[in-house]
Structures are given as C-alpha cells and as structure tokens.
Design a binder for this molecule. Structure first.
Ligand SMILES: Cc1ncc(COP(=O)(O)O)c(C=O)c1O
Length: 417
C-alpha cells in the first residue's frame, strides 16, 4: 500500500489538467457537458485522465488514485481487463461496424436471455438512455396507452422525457408522466389511480439512488406492490437497471427482492467499459418490441458485444457480485472504524458494492467535500454526493490503501467541525 501513498502531489502542480481545461473552455460548452464535469467536484479533482488499470486510475498529470467511481459504473471487472480486451481485440480484427450485425449479436442475446430470468428477448443499443427510452416506447406500443409513472428525483437518462434539466424541454415532452415516491406504496397507488385506464408503465430504479441523499434499498413490500399494481392494470413494470445491473445480481437487481419486471434497461457494467446497452423483455412485449423503430448507426457494433460476452463469462466465473460486495463491506467497515476513531458521525447507505458515505449535519456537503479533497491528495478517488462503485479488481490491499487516504480525509474534517 505504500506505493500508493508516496509523495502526494500538491494541488498547485497540475499543469496538464489546467492546460486542457483552458483549451476545452474555448471549444466545449462549459468546458465539459453533463455529469462528468469536474467543476461539480471538490477542489483538486482532475478533469482529464491519462490511463487506468485494474482499480487504479492516473490523471493527465500522472497522479495515481484508487478508483471508487469506476467510470461512474461501467468498469465492473477492473479497467482494461485482459479477457475482455482480448475478446474485443479478436472481434476488432474481424470487423466492428458492418452492414449488419456479426454472429456475436446472437451469442450475446442468447446469453442475456439465459442469464436474466424475466427475459424472453433482448435488443441492444449504446447508452442507458437509449434503453430506458426504448422500454417506455415498447410499453406504450404494447399497451396502447400513454401514462408512465416515474419516481420523484430518479434519474433515467438525458433526453427530454427524463432529463434532470428543464432547459430546452417542453411541457409536452413530459405530458404523460405522473410522479410517485420510491418505496412508498401509498403514493404509487395514488399515481396509479391518477393514470386510470391510460396506465402504460411504472418505471423503477434498482434502488433509490437520487443524487445527494442517502441511498435506499428497495423495500420488498414496495416492489411487490409495484408488480401487483402493474398486473392489475395490465401495465408494464420497467426496471431501470442501468446503474446497478450486473453489479448487484447477474439476473437483474430486483432478483434480490424476488420481483421480476416486464421490461428492463441495462448498460454501464454490461461490457466492462465498452459502449453497449440492452433492453430485455417478456414474451408479452415481444410483438411491441418488433413494431417500434429501435435503431442507431452504432447499435450493432460487434466489438462491444464481444466485450459483453467476455464480461458476463468472467462475472459468472468469479461470482463478481459476491466479490464486489465483499470489497464494499471491507471499505464500509474501515470507514466506520476510522470515523469513530476521529470522533465523527457518518452514515453509510446503499448496497456495499455501490456505497455512499455522508457526514451528519452536513447539508451543504462541506465536510464531505473536505474529506474527499484530502483523500484525493493521498490517492483515493471518492465521491461526496453520488453513489460510488466497487469493482472485482478492488483487492484487500487496494481497499486498505484507500483507507489510509480516508484517514487523512477524516483528519481534515475533524479539524473543521
Ligand atoms: C439509473 C440510470 N438510468 C439511466 C441512465 C442513463 O444512462 P446513460 O448515461 O448511459 O445514457 C443512468 C446513467 O447514469 C442511470 O444511472
């Protein structure tokens, strides 16, 4: 672990990142679009990265970190996993973007249908937003109805029907959405009543992972109520498993509460960093999925599909979810121990493989930011507001090295409370 902690660079020595940001500011709106904009992170966080390997990440200035964001979810086996990269290279040598799919499409579709219990078919796309949007479209096509129930504060993607920003969005884009509160069966029931006979779908995240608030696992009674409401109304239950899929359970995240959706959206971890998304569905929605026009110039690219097959095989072989849970539990226990030693009160929420740590009485996340900034300087890349991500590459020594950095983070917080 000492290899990580040697000579932490000072905040003032990041010329490569500063130079790239200055150039980006001139040619990229706001310097960077969307959630990866480092301006939203504490002081010292880099915007640009040079490379990554396993659970380690190097910024453009050569600083090394133990990575607890895993590219915000896609890296599930570790960066540049050899079996995945070998499968991707093998397919790349044959062809990637062709006049139609390569045989690997059928191999992967068969594998997904075998792996995910509710799935009778799947279609593949690029991004999570493609998949959630396709689920909504298929649900509407299959039911001939319009209303979709969406949990307040949930993130389902970056197009007008679901974007967290209202810039450029019209009321009509969201005309048929009805809000409810996650894990609140009464509020779901009220929303179902509001939709009446026009209810097409209820869309739920794998767990409640709204930005900046404690994470909440799905209450099994709520999950069963959502299933029952959809069955009673003849609507589709859509599981947005884009963030958690293949990290918590290989058969879909709601296998953990014993509830199966009609349609599900996957992306992020499916191909260990290669661009791919999937929609899976039951036989009831097969005809609707055949009728909607789902496509994209790169949706049949073969390399990410080969990467996905290798990723799934490896996750099965090593029981990836159990490994990530164990790594997350080690991190969680270590953080709890260190916080107590520094006399600090923290809460840790979410599944161990996708944790969030917050300080008590820290509504503006001032303490969380101070913790992260100090830990970063000592080689751990944590996030103060968003759930983090463990990968199968996080070994005990990596977690312990990150805990040494966290110790410095807690020390920084103890000085300012
Ligand atoms: C739960 C959930 N759904 C949908 C999306 C959208 O996925 P993408 O960014 O790949 O379009 C995300 C992305 O973070 C997500 O976390």
């Amino acid at each position: 672990m000492s290899q990580l902690l040697s000579a932490p660079p000072s905040l003032g020595t990041r010329p490569a990142d500063a130079g790239l940001r200055a150039r980006a500011g001139r040619v990229i709106p706001g310097g960077l679009w969307g959630h990866l904009d480092a301006a939203k992170l504490p002081e010292g966080y880099p915007q640009f990265f040079a490379r990554a390997e396993g659970c380690r990440l190097w910024d453009a200035d050569g600083r090394e970190f133990v990575d607890f964001m895993c590219s915000w979810g896609p890296i599930v086996l570790g960066h540049r996993h050899p079996a995945v990269e070998e499968a991707a290279s093998r397919q790349a040598a044959l062809g990637d973007c062709l006049n139609g799919p390569a045989p690997v499409l059928v191999d992967l579709a068969e594998r997904l249908v075998e792996t995910i219990p509710h799935a009778a078919w799947c279609l593949l796309a690029k991004n999570g937003t493609d998949a959630t949007t396709a689920c909504v479209t298929v649900a509407r096509a299959g039911t001939g109805r319009r209303k979709v129930l969406v949990a307040r504060g949930a993130y389902h993607g970056a197009v007008p029907w679901c974007s967290p920003s209202v810039a450029g969005v019209t009321e009509e884009d969201r005309a048929h959405l009805i809000p409810f509160d996650y894990n609140d069966a009464a509020s779901l029931e009220a929303a179902v009543d509001r939709a009446g006979p026009d209810l097409a779908a209820v869309i739920v995240s794998a767990f409640r992972h709204d930005m900046g608030v404690a994470l909440e696992l799905p209450d099994p009674a709520f999950a069963r109520a959502a299933r029952a409401a959809c069955d009673a109304a003849g609507a589709a239950l859509i599981l947005d498993d884009v963030r958690a899929g293949f990290r918590l359970h290989l058969g879909g995240s709601w296998e953990t509460v014993g509830v199966r959706p009609d349609l599900a959206a996957y992306s992020k971890a499916i191909a260990n960093g290669h661009a791919l998304a999937a929609v899976t569905g039951t036989d009831r929605f097969r005809d609707a999925a055949t009728r909607v026009f789902a496509t994209g110039s790169f949706w049949c690219a073969a390399v990410p599909m080969a990467a996905a097959l290798a990723t799934l095989a490896e996750l099965h072989r090593i029981d990836g979810p159990a490994r990530m849970r164990a790594a997350g539990e080690r991190l969680r226990a270590g953080l709890a121990r260190l916080a107590a030693r520094h006399g600090l009160v923290i809460t840790q929420s979410g599944p161990p493989a996708m944790p969030l740590m917050q300080f008590a009485e820290d509504p503006a996340v001032r303490l969380g930011e101070a913790f992260c900034a100090a830990a970063l300087r000592h080689g751990a890349y944590f996030h103060p507001r968003h759930n983090m991500f463990l990968s199968c590459a996080h070994g005990d020594a990596d977690i312990d090295a990150a805990l040494q950095a966290a110790d410095v983070g807690f020390e920084a917080v103890a000085r300012i409370v």
